[in-house]
Design a protein around this ligand. Structure first.
Ligand SMILES: C[S@@+](CC[C@H](N)C(=O)[O-])C[C@H]1O[C@@H](n2cnc3c(N)ncnc32)[C@H](O)[C@@H]1O
Length: 327
């Protein structure tokens, strides 16, 4: 099935994600494209391992989902999450047998090199999520990126490089076929983790992320009493920086029907970026509720809570009196 951000726990439990096959190994594929690899590769095991696939392209997600359904693999979940977010926030320490990266985007221009995925920070995070002996399996046609990845892995200090032939399934992906037609050979490396995943995970600070609670009352909120002459029409964009996040309150929108507002906030925490809405709503008792909106399935993080706090602080600057803080 396709998992939305808000359907995961942070971190999640593989036994919860794969309740009928909790004892099987877990593999993660990053950038699965149109999803040809996994049905083929899973077929080389006596029992198909559990599978998580991360891909940032929505159209690829649909194609891969269709392939998984056709192959009858029910213990495989896809998500439209950037790899570093899925790895860092969702995948628990020491839980993966392998991380597969086939033909990653090469970002060949010099000033785009920091967009490449396979750099030292990735290998450190990966080693904290792999079980001992687990490996990142890279297959690529791009020689320069291949060397770059090997260098990043070495710099990370937590992997051992093993050169090997690519798995047959990696040579049948859309990009493998494209490069083969052009006569370009693929290279393969296994970056075997040499780290203690739990010790490494403890060193890597991730944003404080929580699953979206089911109860509205648990959404980050505050209750305030607004002054009679309250007005937000001169609202100006503002930024707030914390240790692990940056929050920018971008704009405030007034309801056409009621004297209520919605503030649009941009929240950045490491690899995770979210646009969230904070509602400013009248309550029957005359007080005002300031609360994260469920719209868009936000993940509640330290930064998202700070966004609700920043809106509350702005109201206080405009004469509001806080009667309750819930964030
Ligand atoms: C060159 S394509 C290769 C696709 C597929 N693996 C294949 O071999 O045909 C690279 C894929 O990685 C995806 N991608 C790029 N950055 C990503 C990220 N941070 N997380 C997940 N997927 C990513 C892209 O959307 C794209 O589909």
């Amino acid at each position: 099935m396709i998992y939305q951000l808000s359907q995961f726990l942070f971190p999640d439990d593989p036994a919860r994600l794969f309740p009928t096959t909790p004892e099987r190994e877990l593999y993660l594929e990053i950038g699965f494209g149109d999803g040809r690899f996994w049905p083929h590769y899973a077929g080389t095991f006596a029992e198909a391992p559990n599978y998580l696939g991360a891909e940032i392209s929505g159209s690829s997600l649909q194609k891969a989902q269709a392939r998984l359904l056709k192959s009858g693999l029910t213990n495989a979940h896809l998500t439209k999450l950037p790899a570093m977010v899925l790895l860092g926030a969702v995948v628990p320490a020491g839980s993966l047998s392998g991380i597969i990266v086939n033909f990653p985007d090469p970002w060949p221009k010099k000033d785009h090199l920091d967009q490449r995925l396979l750099r030292a920070p990735f290998f450190r995070l990966a080693a904290s999520r792999l079980r001992p002996g687990g490996a990142v399996l890279l297959t690529t046609d791009h020689e320069e990126y291949f060397d770059f990845a090997c260098q990043g892995a070495e710099e990370s200090g937590v992997t051992r490089l093993e050169r090997a032939e690519p798995p047959a399934a990696a040579l049948e992906t859309k990009y493998a076929l494209k490069w083969r037609e052009l006569g370009i050979a693929a290279q393969h490396a296994r970056f075997v983790s040499t780290a203690d995943p739990f010790a490494l995970a403890a060193q890597l600070l991730r944003p404080d992320i929580q699953a979206l609670p089911q109860e509205d009352a648990d959404l980050p909120h505050s209750i305030v009493k607004l002054p009679a002459d309250f007005d937000l029409s001169d609202f100006a964009k503002q930024a707030l920086r914390g240790d692990s996040y940056t929050v920018v309150l971008l704009d405030a929108y007034r309801s056409l029907r009621r004297p209520e507002y919605t503030v649009l906030a941009h929240v950045e925490e490491g690899e995770l970026t979210q646009e969230v809405l904070v509602g400013i709503m009248q309550r029957p008792d005359g007080s005002t509720l300031v609360r994260l909106a469920k719209f868009g399935g936000p993940i509640i993080t330290a930064g998202v809570k700070a966004a609700v706090g920043a809106v509350t602080d702005e109201l206080v600057r405009r004469g509001a009196v806080v009667t309750h803080l819930g964030y």
